[in-house]
Design a protein around this ligand. Structure first.
Ligand SMILES: [Zn+2]
Length: 121
């Protein structure tokens, strides 16, 4: 009887640990998104885990945003300052690339944070 109980407890513990690990993994994967905002309006929301190229083109101008290997970069723009193109790639939660002339903001939401920030989330 006692041995049976012990096995049952062990199985239950294993299931809950596996469940927690799976939930944490899925949450992290689903949460990471790239949000593109133009003139304070959400233009689009794309999963960070999927490689794609987004071309944002309107009367203000044109920007090409590339999502690749979980990183985001603005590769082309016709704005005068090219600050968005010169900006380093972004990959972590709340990092942004801003194109002021085009009122364009590319932001990562729900992405990985640095080890320092994990405890505050
Ligand atoms: Zn720009």
């Amino acid at each position: 009887m006692k041995k049976k109980d012990l096995i049952l407890i062990l199985v239950l513990v294993l299931i809950s640990v596996a469940g927690l690990a799976a939930a944490g993994f899925l949450q992290k994967d689903e949460g990471a998104a790239v949000v593109v905002t133009v003139d304070r309006q959400e233009y689009g929301r794309y999963p960070l885990s999927e490689d794609r190229t987004i071309e944002v083109s309107d009367e203000a101008g044109r920007n090409v945003i590339v999502i690749k290997n979980g990183q985001v970069d603005v590769t082309e723009a016709d704005c005068p300052d090219k600050i968005c193109v010169d900006h380093a790639i972004i990959r972590y939660d709340h990092e942004t690339i801003v194109c002021l002339p085009h009122k364009l903001v590319v932001e990562i939401v729900g992405g990985d944070t640095s080890d320092v920030d994990v405890t505050t989330r």
